[in-house]
Design a protein around this ligand. Structure first.
Ligand code: RIB
Ligand code: CA
Length: 306
């Protein structure tokens, strides 16, 4: 009998986080065993509210949500309401009835990763504060993960917060450096990969779906474009991290050793390839057509790029 893979998602929803979560909810190949929230796109309380509201809108309030870090290991979160919208999502969702579980994110991640050793995938879509705290406080847990997939970093490509830094790593570079230097077998989806899967304003506004989760996805995606008339392209950051989790051959990869800058006013949040042999699996060439066919199949969206 086919058993879907267990998936726990650390997230700062966020429009693209929300699309990624909806992809997983629509997939028969994974079972979301929980969401852990972290500040990043929006403050922690709002990220947690958005996670609960999204699950409620998707009819999945049964999925537990555990609150995580409200501030990074050093510095402060950058927050990006200008990108995601003041509330962090680009469409209004009813206030959630459900509340977060009592245990915090670190305990929740530990419980899930050690529940069925080697059977739970961790997907990190925000700053890595919770993940680094887990490594510090309960070091064996991450070694039990079936896979650790992270959206973050900008390797040999411009950043999206500073000329060289990507938002998740910029928001907590100390946490990112701890994870990337831990020798854990991480799969990293950086900006260079994400920029290979984008959709234009015209394409996005012409999309259609009759699937309940597809309709919600389009509300988020089309709402994002409608917020700012100057927006011409949406890059599928977190959805690509979800896609490689669901379909590991959607991109070619290379093994690298990466460093994250933690010098304020110098290298803060910047990702660099050390050139040494490494254990990080970094996406390279993305099969964009395969990505859009995955999105189309899961959420029954018509009109996506060929
Ligand atoms: O740089 C893109 C990342 O930062 C995505 O995870 C997006 O949601 C923001 O958190
Ligand atoms: Ca995110």
């Amino acid at each position: 009998m086919f058993v879907p893979a267990r998936l726990v998602i650390d997230t700062d929803p966020g429009v693209d986080d929300a699309v990624a979560i909806l992809m997983a909810l629509a997939s028969p190949d994974v079972e979301i065993v929980g969401l852990t929230t972290v500040g990043g796109n929006v403050p922690l309380a709002r990220a947690t509210r958005n996670a609960l509201a999204l699950l409620q809108a998707a009819g999945r309030s049964d999925i537990p949500v555990a609150k995580g870090a409200s501030k990074p290991l050093r510095g402060k979160y950058a927050y990006s309401p200008q990108f995601h919208g003041p509330g962090g999502l680009s469409c209004r969702l009813p206030e959630p009835v459900a509340t977060p579980v009592a245990e915090g994110a670190v305990q929740f991640l530990y419980d899930q990763l050690t529940f069925d050793l080697g059977e739970t995938i961790l997907l990190a879509l925000g700053p890595l504060t919770n993940v680094a705290s887990l490594l510090w406080e309960r070091p064996i847990a991450l070694e039990q993960a079936k896979n650790i997939v992270i959206m973050g970093g900008a390797v040999d490509t411009p950043g999206n917060v500073t000329p060289k830094a990507e938002f998740n790593f910029y928001s907590d570079p100390v946490a990112a450096e701890i994870i990337l230097s831990s020798r854990l077998p991480v799969t990293l989806v950086d900006l260079a990969a994400c920029r290979q899967v984008a959709i234009s304003r015209e394409q996005a506004l012409g999309l259609h779906s009759e699937h309940p989760l597809g309709k919600l996805t389009l509300k988020l995606l089309q709402g994002w474009f409608k917020r700012e008339s100057s927006r011409q392209s949406f890059e599928f950051y977190d959805p690509l991290a979800m896609a490689i989790t669901l379909d590991p051959v959607i991109a070619s990869v290379v093994k690298v050793d990466l460093d994250v800058g933690i010098e304020e006013n110098w290298s803060w949040g910047e990702t660099s390839d050390t050139g040494w042999p490494g254990t990080i699996t970094l996406l390279q060439e993305v099969n964009a057509a395969r990505f859009f066919r995955l999105l189309e199949g899961l959420l029954e969206i018509e009109g996506l790029p060929d």
